[in-house]
Design a protein around this ligand. Structure first.
Ligand SMILES: [Mg+2]
Length: 252
């Protein structure tokens, strides 16, 4: 299960060792799944972006917190057959499209069953107000991921975790998070591809999301120092199963 930003690409730049790693996996006929915390892109948009970095893949090999959120809510509402599940969604197209393709869901601003907050670069006061009102009325508050910042060029921009803190402060309720480092997304991803946790490896550049997701779900981890986490950041901490300077160093 391979992270994307910082592992295969870095924003607009390609991480060549990450791309070679994916090519080596494909040549060795090893199964792989891209596991991202990004909810702004649809799976097809991720496929198109990867193509621009030299990776040919398809939507079956993409797993996002948007997909895990849909799967989680459906699994919590198995006996919900006759009534639609109401959602209030803060997010971008990757989250909206993923959720609303399920006929079990409908939009509801007044009294939704769930408020789902994902990265939304058009977040407004109005959206936070509607979300916090719904949560105060009893809606379950889900945050797709808890990343406080996103590295963008030389700037750390506010991430979805920061947005969720805003809604949490306004509503008085903390969210249930789905994305890495939570185990929910890892378990849902493994279930989708039909692998046991013993047969999987989590690959990523971020100790606090990718590697901790492995700790939390009992899956081995491979940290590549091509992105967020540097060698000195993990001194004195629980060590990942494997650490490499770049993914060329990892022998299959
Ligand atoms: Mg990353």
């Amino acid at each position: 299960m391979i992270d994307l930003d910082g592992t295969v690409y870095r924003g607009e730049d390609t991480v060549e060792s990450g791309v070679r790693f994916v090519h080596r996996l494909i040549e060795a006929k090893k199964d792989y799944l891209f596991l991202t915390n990004n909810t702004t892109r649809t799976p097809q948009m991720v496929v198109d972006k990867l193509k621009g970095h030299g990776v040919e893949t398809d939507t079956d090999h993409i797993y996002t917190p948007s997909m895990a959120t849909a799967s989680y809510i459906l699994s919590q509402n198995k006996d919900h057959s006759n009534k639609k599940i109401g959602l209030y969604i803060i997010g971008e197209i990757g989250l909206w499209r993923e959720l609303l393709q399920h006929p079990e869901f409908e939009l509801n601003e007044e009294n939704p069953d769930y408020v789902i907050v994902g990265m939304d670069k058009d977040l407004t006061y109005h959206k936070v107000r509607v979300a916090s009102r719904a949560i105060r009325r009893g809606a379950t508050f889900i945050g797709t991921n808890a990343d406080m910042n996103l590295p963008t060029g030389d700037e750390l921009i506010p991430g979805n975790g920061s947005q969720c803190v805003f809604v949490a402060a306004a509503s008085g309720v903390d969210p249930l998070y789905i994305g890495k480092p939570e185990s929910i997304i890892v378990k849902k991803a493994l279930a989708k591809v039909g692998y046991a946790k013993e047969d999987a490896l989590l690959v990523g550049d971020n100790y606090d999301t990718d590697i901790k997701a492995g700790f939390n779900s009992d899956v081995d981890q491979l940290l590549t120092l091509t992105g967020v986490t540097q060698k000195e950041d993990i001194i004195g901490k629980r060590q990942p199963t494997y650490v490499v300077n770049n993914l060329d160093e990892f022998k299959l």
